[in-house]
Write a protein that binds this ligand. Sequence first.
Ligand code: SAH
Length: 481
Amino acid sequence: MAMTRGGPVRVVASVGAAVAAGRFTSSTVSSVSLGGVYTVGERPQGNSTSDWVPSYDPAVARLYALPQRHSSRAQQRLNYAAKRQPWLIRGMTTESAVEAVEAGEIPVLKGTGEGDLSQQVTRKYLIGKTQEELEGIALSFGEQKYRGKQMHQLIYKNKIRTVKELAQIPKQLRDAMESAGWNIGRSPIHHVATSKDGTVKILLRLDDSRLVEAVGIPVKDKEGNAKLTVCVSSQVGCALKCAFCATGKGGFARNLKSHEIVDQVLTIEDIFRQRVTNIVFMGMGEPLMNLEAVLNAHRTINKELLIGQRMMTISTVGVPNTIRRLAAHKLQSTLAISLHAPNQDLRSQIVPSAKGYPLDALLEDCKYYFETTGRRLSFEYTLLAGVNDQREHAEELATLLHQWDLGRHVNIIPYNPIADSEFERPTKARVLAFVETLSKRRVTTSVRVTRGLDANAACGQLRNEFQKTPLQAPMELSVPA
Ligand code: SAH
């Protein structure tokens, strides 16, 4: 592929080339675009993802009544989407929903969304429990209340991994708890990769042998204080398939349970022997597709691990009807929106799920979030050479952010090359020009320094190396000394 370093035009990727050549016009896109019929519907309230699926939903009913001329595969996928993720298709006409499914634009969660967790049905996890709840558990076994406080300390501070190893707790209580199915909820470390800059990427092997990634990123702040950020995953894989993301390429397996999210933080603290200062939900998966577990993990990290809400960032590409739901929780954490493009046309080429959630609707929901929580949002923008990194894109982005007045901070992420992708990383000059254009328009930026490139820095990359399909780990463990 032709590439002129530092030159004005870099033909780098099929999408980029098409955009550069003007082949991707809005009409090409709108032939499958759903924007025109999208309506903001409210997802029913409930406690788990399955509760969100209403027993009767007109969108579901309509899709079940699809005429048979559609391919049985499309019919099947659509029924699946209708059952499990009706909010993704609500408001679409049947025709456009069929088109969208056939074009692969509706992320269809394969499997049950729970994974093969038959083992876990009777399992109960202590991670996530408050001190009061742990005291209640101790009392329920006829033990004294203070055992709960001890367990709290041992689990969250000492990071004991199994009930058996809770040495201060009487053996009788440990045995009784184990027989009753209580686990702490820690997963074995399957692999650790350390990069020269100190970044550590880990793979945890979950109960169903699936692998999930977490990254520990040590930094010094301006005052020279040691900070430790953990990039946590919220799902095993991801259904949303952003064009440049390694996680999406590996497919989607299941949502993480809240203890599996908290475990990532505990493990990184353990490896670094240092307190974690910041959490970013920017690992594998889309946090808002697993909102309940993410909220529970957020609570535990805040209340039990004592990491401030303001030290946490939840990053989303945007999932219909979830931002408003999140707003109701009035978190003091930052909501970061993965924008990646300043307009709907370009965005929907890079982020396929944007076709079902147009930019205007997303920003409308962001506005609601800001008004409800009082927290400004931040925006992420992955710079892809020749695709979305021109000065005009920066100008248009600045205009968009001023127009919506939601926040004026953009976190620029120069593309991290991943396997099987034709995108290219922009030159330093191009990144600087983008930053400069934004700053002239009073938009502040931070450019994400690529950490741990030698340890497969991009999301989902390490996992993909170990586990493509099926998303199950080989049985051998490689635990570092
Ligand atoms: N699903 C969430 C979290 C994804 S990871 C979201 O979309 O926000 C966090 C950020 O890294 C997202 O903005 C994502 O688009 C970006 N990202 C993923 N792969 C990347 C890559 N190879 N290079 C640069 N940024 C990438």
